[in-house]
Write a protein that binds this ligand. Structure first.
Ligand SMILES: *Cc1c(COP(=O)(O)O)cnc(C)c1O
Ligand SMILES: [Zn+2]
Length: 414
């Protein structure tokens, strides 16, 4: 199809044919999918999108797929919620939650990138997919490989949360727990990818995989009636999601879907692993890798592949970044649950807490529209909350026992 020109180096601009590769042979810059926007203009309209299915595939013309969709037919098009209660609590006028904690089928935004990557891997003729993961990617690759009847090898840090391990093993992939950090797992996987002909979704298929994140941005704009919000707060791990939401907004401007790409992008990371936010705060385009120490394990990438580009997206848009402590992450999770009835994982706690801090600091003005990206589900990381929540009362099955317990509870809270 004429919309795809192949791949292009993000640094030197050299073009390559479409292939499972991700590094420029000349300058070692990362490769990116290259579209012919001239061919897309006029073909992709608000109406053509509205006529598509209620999933990420309504934006298929803007995704690097040539043939039919192979897996993940129901991924995406998650709710954008007007969060009145949380807005009231935070003292902000117009607040939205983009809720990928209910993304089908594995409850995180990773289903977007994986369904595109696995579909592309099938186009390239692979029979085996693989990934290095901080958890959510593991769940999603294993699920979509099962659906697509592909073999899968999933590499994770050995200390991953039990919820994410079970949520991977249930699909019966080959799961390899590596005694090391995510960054060590990833380095190992680069070597494995060189030796075996497997489609590593976030290594050799990465240019295609990353494009799936754009759909999170398209959906925000479409669900706002093709308006751009003033601010979007995005949790960052490898830095791909924030980069691609920004790319999606700029594409929508180029294609005439929105008037102007007028959104400030804000990066949210844990204080125990926040190299991208550190770049933003110190105004340095050099990333200093860190050794992660945080409960937000899905964001625990100490040497993010797209760190530089995430930094650039934030700068270009006029946005900012904020770190959150583990205590603030828990508070953020509890705040979102208490006000909006949404149970997010630690990464969502990071985003909510960072938004609160940016509002308090006046970086995000309270009268401007804000979208908070909730990217994963709390049922995958219950461990961090279990110890910290008030226990319920346990009683005998008798009304008198209940009466006594109720009186006691009331005296405690009064
Ligand atoms: C992977 C992940 C992110 C960040 O994604 P990057 O594209 O690597 O920055 C955010 N939230 C959750 C829940 C994730 O699993
Ligand atoms: Zn290059």
């Amino acid at each position: 199809m004429e919309k795809l020109r192949g791949l292009k180096c993000r640094e030197c601009g050299r073009g390559y044919p479409s292939a499972p590769s991700h590094v420029c042979e000349f300058c070692f810059g990362p490769l990116e999918v290259d579209y012919d926007y001239g061919a897309l203009k006029g073909r992709v309209t608000r109406d053509s999108i509205a006529a598509g299915p209620p999933s990420i595939w309504r934006y298929k013309d803007l995704l690097p797929i040539d043939g039919d969709v192979a897996v993940g037919h129901h991924v995406g098009f998650t709710p954008l919620i007007r969060a009145e209660n949380l807005a009231h609590e935070l003292g902000v006028k117009e607040l939205y939650i983009k809720n990928d904690s209910v993304c089908h089928p594995t409850w995180s935004f990773k289903d977007r990138v994986v369904s595109v990557a696995v579909t592309k891997a099938r186009e390239f003729g692979f029979d085996t997919v693989a990934c290095a993961s901080t958890g959510n990617l593991a769940n999603s690759v294993a699920a979509h490989a099962a659906e697509g009847r592909l073999r899968s090898y999933i590499f994770i840090p050995a200390d991953l949360e039990p919820g994410k391990v079970v949520g991977t093993l249930v699909y019966q992939p080959t799961l390899v727990a590596v005694e090391g950090t995510y960054d060590e797992v990833n380095r190992l996987c680069s070597e494995v990818a060189d030796k075996y002909r497997w489609a590593f979704v976030n290594i050799n298929i990465r240019p295609y995989y990353a494009e799936g994140s754009k759909t999170y941005g398209y959906e925000i704009l479409e669900q706002l009636g093709w308006r751009t919000p003033a601010h979007i707060v995005v949790p960052c791990a490898g830095g791909s999601l924030i980069t691609k939401i920004w790319k999606a907004i700029k594409e929508c401007e180029v294609l005439g879907l929105v008037d102007r790409a007028a959104t400030k992008m804000h990066a949210a990371q844990a204080a125990g692993c926040g190299p991208i936010v550190t770049m933003i705060k110190t105004d340095s385009d050099v990333l200093r890798p860190v050794r992660p120490s945080t409960i937000a394990k899905s964001l625990a990438i100490g040497n993010p592949a797209d760190g530089y580009y995430a930094y650039r997206a934030v700068k270009e848009s006029g946005g900012s970044g904020e770190h959150t402590t583990d205590a603030e992450i828990i508070e953020g999770m509890l705040l979102l649950a208490r006000t909006e009835g949404i149970f997010t994982e630690t990464a969502g706690g990071v985003t909510v807490a960072a938004t609160k801090k940016l509002l308090d600091a006046g970086v995000i003005p309270r009268h401007e529209s804000v979208v908070i990206c909730i990217t994963g589900n709390g049922l995958k990381t219950p461990d961090v909350l279990y110890e910290r929540l008030e226990t319920h009362v346990t009683i005998r099955p008798a009304l008198s026992a209940f009466d006594r317990a109720l009186a006691e509870l009331k005296s405690k809270t009064s």
